[in-house]
Design a protein. Sequence first.
Length: 618
Amino acid sequence: MNELRTQWIESEVLQLVFTTSDLLVGESLIRQARAGGISWDPSAIEVMAILLLVKATRLEHVALPLNEEDLQEQLQRDLWSDDGGMLDQAPSARELIEVFSLAQTWHTGVCEQIDIASEVVPTGAPIVVATDGSTAQFVYLRRLAYAEDQVALELVDSLKTISTAFSERGFTRETLSEPLREASPNFIASDAVLHALDNLTTRRISVLTGGPGTGKTFTVAAFLAALHLQSVRNHQILKVARCAPTSKAAVRLGEEIDSALSGLPGSDNYGITFDSRSGSVQRLLKMHQNSSTANRELDIDLLIVDEVSMLDLGLLEQLLGAVQPHTHVLLVGDPNQLISVRVGAILRDIVELAHQHGPTNPIVTELTIAHRFGLPINELATAINVGDIGAVEKAFAAHTEELSLVPSADFVTEEILAWARELVAASHESTSEVGIATLRKLSILCGTRMGNGSVAWWTKKIQMALVSEGLLAPDQRIPAGAPIMVTKNELRAGFSDSEVLSNGDVGLAVTGETGGQVIFGPSGHPRIRRSSEIEHFELGWSLTIHKSQGSDYEHVIVSLPSNKSSFVSRELLYTAVTRAKEKVTVIGTLETIESAIKVRANRIGGLRLRLVKKVAGN
């Protein structure tokens, strides 16, 4: 029973490579297998294989690859390494693959081999090896193999079957064209937009993707406006739910949609109605805190899921399982942004498979023209996204007004302090619009939380300067003039998602008539809290790039660590740069940028192969 624990205690290397949580999960897998009455004593290499599978899951991979080159790369990248590189006594990738590949080395109660084109059931042996013919491809914990298979089945159904749910109610590309022009006269219905509209009315699932500023949310809002007008004219009710992985992203989606619908003719009985729990995915599905299971079914006609790059495999599986056969699910997001902080990189898998002319191509629409920012920022973002350091250097050289690369913080400190002083002055204004607008003028986005150039470093630097100038009180819990970032979703009964504060929201501390207050956007519907009501927060003079996702600013200053860091990746830098609308300044060197764009966010899973094989087999 204690095979794993004994080896772990006796080996310093294992204690470096694995955590006690890896050990506990591994022991539970053996315990689960033996609960069925089987007798199984794992060998040393089998113990190692189990711990590596558990660690891969902890690192948010869906599965372990069973290709020797890929597995060796993962051992070197994160499974058997630290910041200093590869650790000693690494197991052989080939031997690990043989352990998982050869059925006779495992008891059937512990590990089951299933062809990747076949359906995975939720119960059975805790470890699942997915095979393609006689070749083992991936090894999973069963719950993740089941979740991936369920998502694949839903996507295959959308690829193979035309849905008539919308057309039978009079919603087609043709009937919606005129309402689309009427509701959004300035909206350009490009070929890509018309393809997305066609998918909306003929598929069960479709994907709308594109880089920041290409109009994804604007397109969704225009579609909803057209659907609303057509519903009123047809004397129909169209039930819609909108959600995103985070409450913050859900609020921004809701603002854009509400704006698009606000000026349209209404009806007391007909048109679009939104599900009352629209907001975060967890709120929509009534998922309890720390739970991964939906507690409601969704009886709706259209489900819009925004910021899907941040959506993990488990949440997507629960969403797709909660909707009805007639529901259209529209997935919206940018696959090049930061991926989910939890398991998987689902949007990237779907979109990259489409780029390779794979089976998902028909249901994916990509918008390519950037509207939010101009050519210089788009040029830099594209160069980062493809990993071309030469193109990065060329962009900085060609667009010196909009793009700056500076070697140290000294080059931007005075501009940052001027903005900080402007915030302090705005905190004494009588209207909230000034403060909110000032917050959106500039943002310092950091690659790390600690160390030189980090969130903590900038916070200290700005605070000390303002205190020394007498502009900021040094001993106040929430000093007037300081940006305040919420660090935990607010729990308020009776508040909608558009009213509550979400993790990552940034507001400005002001001097109110009744005492200290913090004002959060949006400008048209500010959310105001007494300072004493803000429980979980930190000063928001600078943000991690992760926290900035879903926001935009006039000028973004990207602060990279001076030393090479595995935390700074191509996706991280791309996300930071594309938060800017007018200007980007990067504190660093071409060498630090080159190091960052060589690091790709990495999540192993079998969704692409599973989709290819399932489509080919149907």
